[in-house]
Design a binder for this molecule. Structure first.
Ligand code: ZN
Length: 200
């Protein structure tokens, strides 16, 4: 915790004076981010750092393996779906990006099983991506990366099951994007119309 407090003090000394006006404007007028990002909780994949975005620019939800569940308005506590609802209907973002990444522990857990004592919550969560795992042409050497890519495609398909997302995509108010960040090389790849990921 001491490291974090030292980091906070550096923030107050160096970042805050430079950004103060920006924060005050955001406090006064509210946030109007143009994009929403759905990213993994992995500590190595920070969307604000990758896109060099400042406060107010991106609405972000992070979860294990950057998964979007299908639309299930059943009254249960769907944290990711709640964030998506707020981003799309509340903030009216124009772009929604599902950001996958290399060496994703959540995807590895889907492929190899969730190691004990974990599992009560993680096992059903990563099983959301089971259709992605099943869609793979089985080459074990490539399965991790292929499954990370397939899970991004699946999340984009699941986004389209939310009727208000499908409606906004159809009339051009919202664009959906798939992306994948390679931790080792720092290269971002975007999902193209041909269904493959290519470096930006
Ligand atoms: Zn991950």
């Amino acid at each position: 915790m001491d490291d974090l407090i030292r980091g906070y003090r550096r923030f107050r000394e160096t970042v805050w004076p430079e950004r103060r006006r920006q924060f005050e404007r955001l406090a006064e007028h509210g946030q109007r981010p143009q994009a929403m990002v759905i990213a993994c909780s992995d500590s190595r994949v920070d969307p604000a750092m990758i896109f060099d975005a400042g406060p107010g620019e991106m609405f972000v939800v992070r979860n294990v393996a950057n998964l979007v569940p299908p639309c299930r308005p059943d009254g249960a506590c769907h944290g990711t779906s709640a964030a998506i609802e707020f981003g799309v209907l509340g903030l009216e973002v124009g772009h929604l990006i599902v950001l996958g990444h290399g060496m994703c522990g959540g995807i590895r857990a889907l492929l190899e099983g969730v190691p004990a004592p974990l599992g009560s919550f993680l096992t059903p969560w990563v099983r959301l991506a089971e259709p992605a795992r099943r869609s793979l042409a089985c080459d074990p050497a490539d399965s991790q990366l292929a499954c990370e890519h397939a899970a991004v495609r699946l999340s984009l398909d699941n986004l389209a099951t939310f009727p208000w997302i499908a409606e906004r995509v159809a009339d051009g108010r919202l664009a959906l994007h798939g992306a994948h960040f390679d931790i080792r090389t720092g290269v971002l790849a975007m999902l193209g119309a041909d269904g493959t990921f290519a470096p930006v």
